[in-house]
Design a protein around this ligand. Structure first.
Ligand code: ASP
Length: 326
């Protein structure tokens, strides 16, 4: 005896099923997850959210930002490496993608072999900042102070291999000093401790340090490079205190898991290039001292070459410094 409810439902299900399966295959209508492997509120997070908001307009897809942080960005990065390669899980990451293989033993992914580059997004400088009551008056005084107090100074960073860690390493090795290093899950929590006076020093990107400096909650001492910045002309460069040997600039780029079809990569790269053309996005970044790269750099080849260059230049430096996590 046929079930009367099933008999009623069958024609309806026959109508619905084809619709469900077409939708399931149409990955371009799904929500995209953009993984930012550092804590919310940090420089990487700010940049990721700006690009997610802009790219979702041209893609016509919602983009949510997922801050899977920890282990120097490697937890969030692994999440993307293992995601379905359909263009719906992406990774926004900076120099730690290049440095982690040299610093983390048995890293469970390969930065080149497990990812498809989509394009470059931004480039930005770094600045050395401290708790607001560090008793120094200018950059020379700052360098003198850290030299005489090296054993008591705590320097925060976003984890081994992060940009802030790289800057801390380069700064301490340029002065031949050893600070007490304090790792965090991102520079947002480090900055909180700096503002609260529990941490002494941090070398971070301007996107988070500029606003905190503006309201006097931290003190800026030097641009981590050769020249002053137009976004903070009153802050000396480290070279003015005769500290040379590094000029650090941080690039962010967008990746998809290996195996993502090239048509999908092209579509995502086009959306990234559209974002890079947007005057509003460019000026928002500029107000934080960060530059959106030129739109033609939002292509896979630019990011592929940039990553190769970073791995080739920073790798030997890190191996020489003998720093390893695990
Ligand atoms: N700025 C951090 C770094 O040092 C990462 C972040 O929190 O965005 O790499």
């Amino acid at each position: 005896m046929p079930n009367p409810i099933l008999s009623l439902l069958t024609p309806l299900l026959l109508l619905i099923f084809p619709l469900i399966s077409v939708h399931a295959q149409d990955t371009s209508s799904k929500t995209i997850t953009m993984v930012m492997p550092y804590a919310a509120g940090g420089p990487g997070d700010i940049i990721t959210r700006l690009f997610a908001a802009s790219m979702q307009k041209s893609l016509g897809q919602q983009i949510i930002v997922d801050n899977t942080s920890g282990a120097s960005g490697s937890i969030g990065t692994l999440k993307v490496a293992r995601a379905k390669p359909d263009g719906n899980t992406l990774l926004m990451i900076h120099v730690s993608h290049a440095t982690n293989p040299f610093m983390i033993k048995n890293l469970p992914y390969h930065p080149v072999e497990d990812f498809e580059p989509i394009g470059l997004a931004t480039e930005g400088p770094m600045v050395l900042v401290s708790r607001k009551d560090l008793p120094v008056k200018d950059v020379k005084d700052f360098v003198r102070y850290v030299k005489t107090h090296q054993n008591d100074i705590s320097m925060g960073h976003a984890g081994v291999g992060s940009a802030s860690h790289l800057c801390a390493l380069l700064f301490s090795s340029a002065l031949n000093l050893n600070f007490i290093q304090v790792p965090y899950k991102g520079t947002a929590p480090a900055l909180n401790d700096l503002m609260g006076g529990q941490l002494d020093l941090l070398c971070d990107q301007t996107s988070t340090t500029l606003p905190a400096m503006g309201v006097g909650r931290i003190k800026a001492h030097a641009v981590a490079g050769k020249n002053r910045l137009s976004s903070m002309p009153d802050i000396a460069s480290l070279s003015e205190a005769s500290v040379s040997g590094f000029d650090i600039s941080i690039f962010f780029g967008l990746y998809a898991p290996k195996g993502t079809p090239s048509a999908v990569i092209d579509r995502l790269s086009l959306a990234l290039q559209n974002a890079l053309k947007e005057p509003e996005l460019r000026s928002k970044l500029e107000s934080m001292g960060v530059s959106a790269v030129s739109p033609d750099k939002g292509r896979p080849e630019s990011l592929r070459l940039h990553l190769k260059h970073e791995m080739e230049t920073l790798g030997p430096l890190l191996v020489k410094a003998g720093i390893q996590l695990n």
